[in-house]
Every structure is written in C-alpha cells, then in structure tokens.
Design a protein around this ligand. Structure first.
Ligand code: GAP
Length: 515
C-alpha cells in the first residue's frame, strides 16, 4: 500500500473505534487476530446493510424465501461439498522471519503495487489535462501505463493458470522471479508452496471417545442446499426459485489483515437460485446485473465497482465473477456471483443416498436443479460503505470537519435532537420531539457543549439530520433541520419532521431504485 493509502486506512480504523463502530475482539486481553466486535453504532450500520440486502432479496421477490440454518452441520456435508478436500489456500513460509503467507496474495500484492503506479500516472495526467482528460484513451495509449498493465496482466494470468493446474512449484517460481521480499524481514528466502485447509474443527459430545468431529461452517450456502427439498416441498416452490440466508461463517485465514476485510469469523449474505439445467448462463447474467444495481443504488460512485471474471474457478463452479470495490487499498473482491451447476445437490445425493430432485411439470421429468449463487460478506460490505464515506473537509473559515457521508438509509442514527441551550424549557420540548420520532426513526439526544461541536459529533457518526430546538420553537412549533452533507439549514414545522426525514432515510428509498 502506498503511504497515502496506509495513512487513510489507519484513519478509517481509528475512526471506527473512536466512534463506537468496531473494536478488536477481547481487546482488554490484547485482542484476537482478525476477530472484531461491533459497537453501539457499528451494530446499527451492520443491521441496516443486512436489512437492505434481506428486503431486496426476500421481500421484493415472490420467488425467493429466507431461512436461518444452524452453524453446526453434519460433518459429511463438508466432504460432499468438497471443502474437506479442496478448500485450501496455497501457503509459503519465509525462512528468515518464519512468517507464513498466502502465496497468491503475495503475488497479488505485488500486482497491486503496479496498479497503484498506473493510478498515480492517471491522477497526474488528469490534473494536467483537466476536463479534456480521456482516461480510457490515456490507458490505451500512454506507453508507461500500457507497459505496467501488460506486466500486471501477464503476472495474474500466469498465477491463475498455475493455481488452476495446482502447479504450486510454478507459484513458487513466480515469487522467486519477481523477487518478492517478505513484508516483515525483506528476505527473499522462501520455502516451497503447500496447501492448507481453511476449516475450523471442533467437537460435539461430552466424552472424548464418543465425541464427533465437526467443522464450523466456512460458508452459509450448504445450509441452503441441505434444506432444498424441505423448502421446495413445504413452500410448494416452482423452479426457478431462490433461498436466501444471512449468518456467521468461519475460516482459518492465514493472511488475516486489512481490518475487517478478511476475518476469521465473519457474516455472509448468500442466495442460491435454483434453476432448470441449461438456463444457467441466462440467470448468471441476470444476477450479475441485479447485484450491481443493488450496489449502485447506494450512490457511492459507479467508478468504484468493476467485475472481475475468474480464470481459476472454485471446485463447484462453471462460471464465476467478483464484484470488486475500490477499497482504500485498491480494487478487491466485495461479492461473488457463481454458477454452481448441480455440483452441491448431486454430491449431497451421492453422500446421503437420498434423492434431491425436482419434478418439473412443464418438462414432465425429474432432475437435479442447477444453481446460481450470489454471496457477499456483510463485514466486507460494511468496510466498503464505511471507508467510502469517511472524509475530511475544509469548511468556512478554513477549519476542517470529519464527516461520515453514509448513505442515509444505512446511517446508524437518522436524526439527532439538539436543544440550543440547556434551559428555558428547550430540553423538555426536545425530549418530546425525540419521543415522537422514535416510533419511526433511530434518534440521538445531545445537550452537551456548544451546538457547533454537537453538529461535528453527529457528522462524525454519519447522522444525516440534526434538529435544533430554539426559543422560537416554543412559540411557533418550528425547528431548524440541518442536512449533514450540504450543512444547509431549513426551518420546518415540528409536525412534519417524521415525514420529511423518514422519506429520505428509509430503506424504501433504496429499494425503489431496484425495481
Ligand atoms: N458460498 C460461496 C462463497 O462462500 P466466497 O467467495 O468464498 O464464496 C463470498 O465468499 C464472500 O464472502 C466474499 O465475496 C467476501 O465478501 C466474503 N468473505 C469471504 N471470506 C471472508 C473473510 N475471511 N472475511 C470477510 N469476508 C469474507
């Protein structure tokens, strides 16, 4: 990461802690690597993201239902799903620092540095040429940018091929050829690359002899597959239809860093869409568009997203793409869309001996459905939203303010009620307004410090609206309402507050953009 990016990322992490969004887990014991707790504001933001996802999937689609399956599953599930044999990361140790790394991530980080150089060239040129700058043309004609891109692409292509062929010796050769040093010691003395399974094991049962080996689920998807027939039959579902769920997943990630980007305990929001075989291309394209639209509705900037089609396919997929987001450390996977064929249901059929088929009345035959899945990490989405929203602005008089420009529908607190002074009946009226707004909105009440400082506090929390109660409010039942981003203030009737604010901060305002 370039120094500027590192500094920005550090600010994001410390802001998340300072304002009650995210804390390192068990911090008083010095924390646990890659495990985090959500604080009083973080949990609200996280719930709002989950709510937006859930409503967009389950509430807006007649053909998608939701479930909540258990984290513990029969251990054979993971044999059938391929996770026991194939859910591995290629690892490499540095002989000097004794640190272990994901070999593919070392190479990808090397490529990110090349990409950062490209971005720097583009930044420079864009400043030089101003409005007449054509980024697309610059990328395809500037000799330096072209040569960086070619180098980055050829490295990624070779890495993809080596991983696909399970040619770990070539991954090692690539690291040697690129002379990638250990980020800790700077040494280029590496061991061979080896595979390492990412699932966490645990035990079920009281006695050592009879205890059963279990895994903590590494994805929520299998809870959906094993319930396919239960749901299809009890819900009398006709293909095509989807099953959605959100919940915790666990992976023994070796490269656990970049804050909540890669965690050991995290939450997924997954939807499996069951379809007739042969229609997977059509549904894969539909879900790609549909999911991108979901992201774009948040208005965080179209240029922040791109698709990255996989060269190396997971063991279950016949096509796969990532929606990548421009995080502070570059473009990285935010969501995966996978055409999973009938791999999972067929294997569960094989391992259980139970038929997991669908009778298609139109085709008058039984078959195992194909599946297109959409899978997004809730914590990763949190990081995308949070990091994109945090900004520092110079305002009137040359002072600066830190403002978290969260999409209003996701903001933890929708409105803060601030009595101008702590006397003359203003706190009483402010409390009354707050009580009325609470039926529909999350509110905060603050009477400490000068009103300007209170605005700053709410800006830093991402609160889209502040309502100030002053002496005039006592006479004419009006208040001022201040909008976070523009800082514009308007005088409005107290009676109109719920409607006025509610419309702008409701999840409905996002959902309406999807249909
Ligand atoms: N069921 C398919 C599946 O699990 P995946 O690409 O391994 O696919 C899907 O994971 C999404 O889950 C990723 O796009 C990412 O957002 C999130 N995710 C995966 N591993 C994660 C981790 N260690 N920490 C946080 N989020 C993670």
């Amino acid at each position: 990461m370039a120094q500027q990016q590192t500094d920005k990322f550090k600010k994001i992490i410390s802001h998340a802690k300072e304002y009650g969004f995210i804390f390192p887990s068990s911090e008083i014991y010095d924390g646990l690597s890659a495990v985090y707790d959500y604080g009083q504001n973080g949990v609200l933001l996280k719930n709002n993201i989950r709510d937006y996802w859930w409503k967009s999937m389950v509430q807006l689609h007649d053909d998608i239902v939701g479930i909540d399956s258990a984290i513990f599953m029969h251990p054979t599930t993971w044999k059938a799903s391929g996770h026991v044999d194939a859910f591995n990361d290629p690892l490499i140790d540095n002989k000097v620092s004794k640190k272990r790394y994901r070999a593919d991530v070392l190479v990808e980080d090397y490529v990110s540095k090349i990409e950062a150089k490209i971005e720097k060239e583009i930044d420079k040129a864009s400043k030089r040429y101003g409005d007449s700058f054509d980024e697309k043309q610059f990328r395809s004609t500037n000799p330096r940018v072209k040569s960086y891109s070619e180098k980055a692409n050829s490295i990624l292509k070779r890495l993809g091929k080596s991983l696909e062929d399970e040619n770990l010796a070539d991954v090692k050769a690539l690291i040697d050829e690129l002379e990638i040093p250990c980020p800790e010691s700077g040494s280029k003395d590496w061991t061979d690359v080896k595979q390492f399974n990412l699932m966490f094991g645990t035990k079920l049962g009281a006695s050592v002899d009879t205890a059963m080996d279990l895994y903590l689920r590494p994805e929520t998807a299998q809870g959906i597959f094993v319930n396919f027939l239960n749901i299809q039959k009890t819900g009398r579902m006709k293909l095509p239809f989807g099953i959605a769920q959100t919940g915790k997943a666990f992976r023994n990630e070796i490269v656990a860093r970049q804050f909540i980007f890669r965690m050991r305990e995290f939450e997924q929001m997954e939807m499996q869409f069951f379809i007739p075989p042969g229609t997977q291309k059509e549904w894969y394209d539909k879900w790609k568009n549909n999911r991108l639209k979901w992201h774009l509705a948040l208005d965080m900037g179209k240029e922040k997203y791109r698709f990255h089609d996989h060269e190396k396919l997971a063991h279950y997929a016949d096509a796969a793409t990532d929606i990548e987001f421009r995080f502070p450390f570059g473009f990285k996977e935010l969501e995966g869309i996978h055409s999973r064929t009938d791999f999972d249901l067929s294997n569960h059929e094989k391992y259980t001996g139970k038929k997991l088929q669908y009778f298609d009345p139109e085709q008058n035959k039984n078959y195992i459905p194909y599946v297109v899945e959409t899978s997004i990490g809730l914590d990763r989405m949190f990081l995308a939203v949070f990091s994109n929203s945090l900004s520092e602005e110079i305002i009137e008089g040359g002072t600066s303010r830190i403002v978290l420009k969260l999409p209003p529908a996701l903001a933890p607190i929708k409105v803060a009620i601030l009595p101008l002074v702590k006397k003359d009946g203003l706190p009483e009226l402010a409390h009354k307004i707050s009580r009325n707004l609470k039926w529909d909105l999350t509110t905060a009440y603050d009477e400490k410090d000068a009103v300007g400082r209170r605005y700053r506090r709410q800006d830093a929390l991402g609160t889209p609206y502040c309502v100030t109660v002053d002496h005039q409010s006592l006479n004419d039942k009006t208040v001022t309402i201040r909008e976070r981003d523009s800082m514009n203030q308007e005088r409005v009737s107290i009676d109109n507050l719920t409607e006025l604010i509610g419309k702008k901060v409701s999840v409905k305002s996002l959902l309406e953009k999807l249909v």
